[in-house]
Design a protein around this ligand. Structure first.
Ligand code: C5P
Length: 220
C-alpha cells in the first residue's frame, strides 16, 4: 500500500488539498481530525470537562466510531449516528484539541487509523501521522501557513456555512489550538524529520494543490 501522510496546524488547508489530491490520484482520503472531533463531541454531549483525562477516559467504553467512505467522501459515525456535520463547529474544534492531549484517547483511535491504512492506498491527514501513526509512509508532507492566513480561511469557511464567526475569535482559537497541539506530552504536532515542508501562506488553493502534486510526482 502507498501511504501519504500530511500533518500540520489547524486551517493550513490539509483537508481540502488532500481531498482534491486523493480524487486526482485515486487514493482514499482519511481525515483523522474527524475522529478526535467525534470523541470531543461525545465528551461535550456528556458534559465532561474535555481536559479531564479521567472523566474522558471513563467515557471511551461508551464510544463506537467508524469511518465510511461514500464516493470518496468520508463520513464519521459515532455510535451509528452520522456526525459528519455536527463535528464541524468551533466548540467541537476546541473540544477535540482538549481530548486529543489525553494518551488514552490517542491509543483508543490508533488501531482504527492503522487498520484503514493497511487496507488501501491513502492520503491521511492529522497532527501525528508522519511521526506516530504511519512512520513508514512513503511520503510525508508538513503543511503550514501563517496563523493569520489560516484564521482567514477558517473565517470564510464558517461564513459560507452561515455559522456565526468573528475573525479575531477565530484567530485566537487557532493560536490556542496550535499551542495546545504543539505542547502536549503525547504525540505533539511537529514536523517529522523526513517530511517535506510546504508553506501555503499567500497561496490560492489551486497553487497549493499544484505544489503538492509536484512533490508527489517527484517523490513517488
Ligand atoms: O484536523 P482538525 O482540525 O479537524 O483536528 C481537530 C483536533 O484534533 C486538532 O486540533 C488536534 O488537537 C486533534 N488531532 C490530533 N491528531 C490528529 C488529528 C487531529 O491530535 N492526527
Amino acid at each position: 500500500m502507498i501511504h501519504i501522510a500530511i500533518d500540520g496546524p489547524a486551517g493550513a488547508g490539509k483537508s481540502t488539498i488532500a481531498r482534491r489530491l486523493a480524487a486526482q490520484i485515486g487514493f482514499i482520503y482519511v481525515d483523522t481530525g474527524a475522529l478526535y472531533r467525534a470523541v470531543g463531541l461525545f465528551a461535550l454531549r456528556s458534559h465532561a470537562e474535555t481536559h479531564d483525562a479521567a472523566a474522558v477516559t471513563a467515557l471511551l467504553p461508551q464510544i463506537e466510531l467508524s469511518l465510511r467512505f461514500e464516493n470518496g467522501v468520508q463520513k464519521v459515525f459515532l455510535n451509528n449516528e452520522d456526525v459528519s456535520e455536527a463535528i464541524r463547529t468551533p466548540a467541537v474544534s476546541m473540544a477535540a484539541s482538549g481530548v486529543s492531549a489525553i494518551p488514552q484517547v490517542r491509543e483508543f483511535l490508533f488501531d482504527l487509523q492503522r487498520k484503514i491504512a493497511l487496507e488501501s492506498n491513502i492520503i491521511m491527514d492529522g497532527r501525528d501521522i508522519g511521526t506516530v501513526v504511519l512512520p513508514n509512509a512513503q511520503l510525508k508532507i508538513f503543511l503550514t501557513a501563517s496563523a493569520e492566513d489560516r484564521a482567514q480561511r477558517r473565517f470564510e469557511e464558517l461564513q459560507v456555512k452561515s455559522q456565526p464567526a468573528d475573525y479575531r475569535q477565530v484567530l485566537d482559537d487557532i493560536r490556542q489550538r496550535d499551542y495546545q497541539d504543539m505542547h502536549r506530552a503525547t504525540a505533539p504536532l511537529k514536523q517529522a524529520d523526513d517530511a517535506v515542508k510546504i508553506d501555503t501562506t499567500g497561496n490560492t488553493l489551486e497553487q497549493s494543490i499544484a505544489l503538492l502534486r509536484g512533490v508527489i510526482r517527484e517523490k513517488l
